[in-house]
Design a protein. Structure first.
Length: 134
C-alpha cells in the first residue's frame, strides 16, 4: 500500500515491493544500518522507498525518529528528501497533526509531489474546521 503521491513519480513495481520489504525488515532488525543506507547517496535505495521507510521509523519509534530527523535532516540526499518529507507530511495528516503536516509540507521542493500532498493537507484542514463548526 503506497501513498497517492508515490504514483505521481512512477508506478510501483514488483522490484519496488521487494526492496520495500527488505528495507522494512532491515529497519526492524538493524535500524542503524537502514538509516545509514538512507543517508548514503551511493547506497541503492529508491527515493520513494526512503519516504516509506521514514514513516515506518516514526511508527516504530516516534521520539527516536524525531531526534534522528533533527540530527540528520540536512544529510539526507536531495533525491530522497522530498519523498521523506511527503511521507512524514502524509503521516502527520493521518494522525491529525495538521500544524506538523504544514511544517513538513514546506520542506517539499518537487512541485508535483508538493501539489498532491498539499491537497491532502488542505482537505484534512477543511474537514477539521468543519468539525469545529458542528
Amino acid at each position: 500500500d503506497v501513498p497517492e503521491w508515490y504514483t505521481l513519480t512512477r508506478p510501483p513495481t514488483k522490484v519496488d515491493a521487494f526492496e520495500l520489504k527488505f528495507r522494512q525488515t532491515q529497519l526492524e532488525t538493524n535500524q542503524e544500518e537502514a538509516l545509514s543506507d538512507l543517508l548514503n547517496a551511493s547506497a541503492p535505495m529508491k527515493p520513494e522507498i526512503a519516504g516509506t521507510l521514514m514513516t515506518d521509523f516514526i511508527e516504530i519509534d516516534g521520539p527516536g525518529a524525531s531526534n534522528w530527523f533533527s540530527e540528520h535532516w540536512n544529510e539526507i540526499p536531495l533525491d530522497r528528501k522530498d519523498h521523506v518529507a511527503a511521507s512524514v507530511t502524509t503521516y502527520a495528516v493521518e494522525q491529525g497533526e495538521l500544524e506538523n503536516a504544514r511544517a513538513w509540507l514546506s520542506e517539499i521542493t518537487d512541485e508535483n509531489i508538493r501539489r498532491q500532498v498539499e491537497t491532502e493537507v488542505a482537505v484534512a484542514e477543511l474537514r477539521a474546521s468543519r468539525k469545529k463548526g458542528e
